[in-house]
Design a protein around this ligand. Structure first.
Ligand SMILES: N[C@@H](CCC[C@H](N)C(=O)O)C(=O)O
Length: 289
């Protein structure tokens, strides 16, 4: 940041929106307070998260710098409350669109560094696909007993069973019956999850719409309800697949979220791919005071 302000680009992926801040020489020490100010929708630029674009070799964390041999750029992702997150699926696409627009990457396929490891980006027509890498059911032994390992309470509802998954970041997925009023759920407050993982969790509510097709709403850790969550969409599809006892690879789900539609594909080797759009909507200079 200089006296002249902080350069930013605003972008979104299925209306999960981000403030991207270029830090090409790794000189920016973005505090949690500055992130909160940038993300504030009234007094700041506004976004669900803030993404610092920094060369991987200049990242603060040694384990991120170790990805530098494979990925030139690190997506330093922060939630709107200032907390750092391991991963952001929608963020990876917006990050990739920015790298491409700025001429920082020009290939149709390249790798980026994240706190959850290196992710491969692939431009596919108007969509961007990202291999989110390894995923797992967080506690298969607990979950195998009945398909669930947590109880999730939302206002005006009895506690509902949930399944915890690790997509690099934590998720708890709740399956609703196909007659459920997904739109009517009150997500203005964080759902109560028991037991709550020490690192917190993102909570997805899923309603089946047809074969390979689900609807989802999400309450994100460190943010609140958002209009989309990429890792959440992948968790929702994978939980649905797991509950159905399906193990086939390359099956595809369409996941409808309030901000659009995402595509999720289970890849061989317990990996998962997310695809969707990415839009860069504005460039500017923020003066944080
Ligand atoms: N919106 C993201 C996830 C962002 C991080 C999340 N709130 C967390 O704290 O894990 C996505 O698209 O995956």
């Amino acid at each position: 940041m200089t006296d002249n302000g902080l350069r930013f680009t605003k972008g979104h992926g299925t209306e999960n929106d981000f403030v991207l801040v270029p830090d090409l020489d790794g000189a920016l020490d973005l505090s949690a307070e500055q992130v909160r100010l940038l993300a504030d929708r009234r007094s700041g630029v506004g976004g669900d998260g803030v993404i610092r674009v920094v060369p991987t070799d200049l990242a603060d964390e040694a384990f991120v710098r170790s990805q530098g041999g494979r990925a030139r750029w690190f997506m330093d992702y922060r939630n709107a409350d200032g907390s750092a997150a391991e991963m952001c699926g929608n963020g990876t696409r917006v990050f990739a669109a920015y790298l491409r627009r700025e001429g920082l990457e020009s290939a149709d396929e390249f790798e980026i560094a994240t706190r959850a490891g290196v992710k491969t980006i692939r431009f596919e027509g108007h969509l961007i696909a990202v291999n989110l890498g390894d995923w797992k059911v967080a506690d298969p032994d607990a979950a195998l007993a009945g398909g669930y390992d947590a109880l999730v309470k939302v206002a005006h509802h009895d506690p509902m069973p949930g399944l915890s998954l690790d997509l690099g970041n934590p998720h708890t997925v709740v399956a609703l019956p196909d007659t459920a009023d997904l739109a009517g759920l009150d997500l203005t407050r964080a759902p109560e999850v028991k037991p709550l993982p020490p690192q917190g969790t993102n909570v997805e509510f899923v309603r089946p719409l047809g074969p390979g097709h689900i609807a989802m709403r999400v309450h994100e850790r460190g943010v609140g309800e958002t209009r989309s969550c990429g890792t959440g969409a992948a968790a929702a599809a994978l939980a649905t697949r797991w509950w159905a006892g399906e193990t086939e690879d390359n099956t595809v789900w369409r996941v409808d979220v309030p901000g659009g539609t995402l595509r999720v594909r289970a890849l061989p080797g317990q990996q998962v791919e997310l695809a969707g759009p990415a839009v860069l909507v504005a460039d500017g200079v923020a003066h944080l005071g």
